[in-house]
Design a protein around this ligand. Structure first.
Ligand code: PXL
Length: 283
């Protein structure tokens, strides 16, 4: 990371609902990293738990934005993709990565398309297969178990054994250039784990644990991915970044639990003091 490090995040703007760009932009910026955005769509709210939301697909804006950035010679040190508005966008995003990522730049793909055994509204297996192609351009992929199962054409279940999780991470090697961060290892009672696998060094596969909170809410995947990307772009190892992101997300959930009106996202804004303390302790 240098003073000029720039990251691009490609995902939707859900105007209300604490997910996607409204989470990624403040969190990654808080690491001191310049964050550019490319909205894949604009929605009045996210699609989980709200009805009759608006959805403006920005697919056809992407080629013109890329052309302009090419003229302006705008490049990025890292590109992080999340919720994508249409299957066609996945091709445009490949073009953007090929054209705008600096040599040696890192790609983070969160295949944000499903959770709890189901696709988010509007996604299907055809999309998942195409998302698998985007994952293959990723240096880091960040699926939950549902997304992993759709990528691998495997049946999902609410709980996998430790060995099943390790096996699934191993199978996901096909869908990454380097690292698999498989979320949602819930086989122990009071810990939530992530499998962190390095394709170049299978002996180095680790499970990173955080305390588990049994509270289901929306938007934690985006909070986790954004804080992971921030920590990783600063130069931290995948395990250290996953540990920090797990802790940051857990604290955001803790801030939210007592408020029954707040079921659409998590109060990550309240956890910035922890982020700054962590950054200071790294100096
Ligand atoms: O957090 C994932 C996400 C992002 N964006 C939109 C969504 C969802 C999940 O439902 O609907 C629009």
């Amino acid at each position: 990371m240098t003073d000029t490090t720039k990251i691009l995040t490609i995902q939707d703007i859900s105007c209300y609902g604490q997910c996607s760009i409204t989470v990624a932009l403040p969190i990654i910026s808080s690491f001191g990293i310049e964050t550019a955005i490319l909205p894949s769509a604009v929605l009045s709210t996210h699609t989980s738990g709200f009805k009759d939301y608006t959805f403006r697909d920005l697919t056809e804006d992407l080629p013109a934005i890329l052309e302009h950035w090419e003229k302006e010679e705008i490049y990025f040190d890292a590109i992080y993709t999340g919720y994508i508005g249409s299957i066609k966008q996945l091709d445009y995003i490949k073009d953007i990565i090929e054209s705008r990522l600096k040599d040696g730049g890192q790609v983070y793909v969160d295949p944000a398309m499903a959770d709890f055994g189901e696709f988010y509204y509007g996604f299907d297996q055809e999309f998942a297969d195409k998302m698998g192609e985007l994952c293959k351009l990723g240096d880091y992929i960040l699926p939950n178990t549902t997304e992993a199962c759709y990528l691998l054409h495997k049946p999902w279940k609410p709980e996998f054994t430790k060995n099943e999780m390790l096996e699934m991470a191993e199978q996901l090697k096909e869908f990454t250039n380097r690292y698999v961060i498989l979320k949602g290892d819930n086989h122990t009672k009071d810990k939530l784990g992530m499998i962190v696998l390095d394709k170049q060094d299978s002996f180095d596969t680790q499970i990173v644990y955080n305390d588990r909170i049994d509270y289901v809410t929306h938007g934690t995947g985006d909070v986790f991915a954004s804080s992971f990307v921030g920590a990783s772009v600063l130069g931290n190892s995948p395990c250290k970044s996953a540990k920090f992101a797990g802790e940051f997300t857990k604290k955001a959930i803790e801030e939210t639990i007592g408020d029954p009106t707040h079921t659409y996202g998590v109060k990550f804004e309240k956890v910035f003091p922890f982020l700054y303390e962590w950054l200071k302790s790294q100096q």
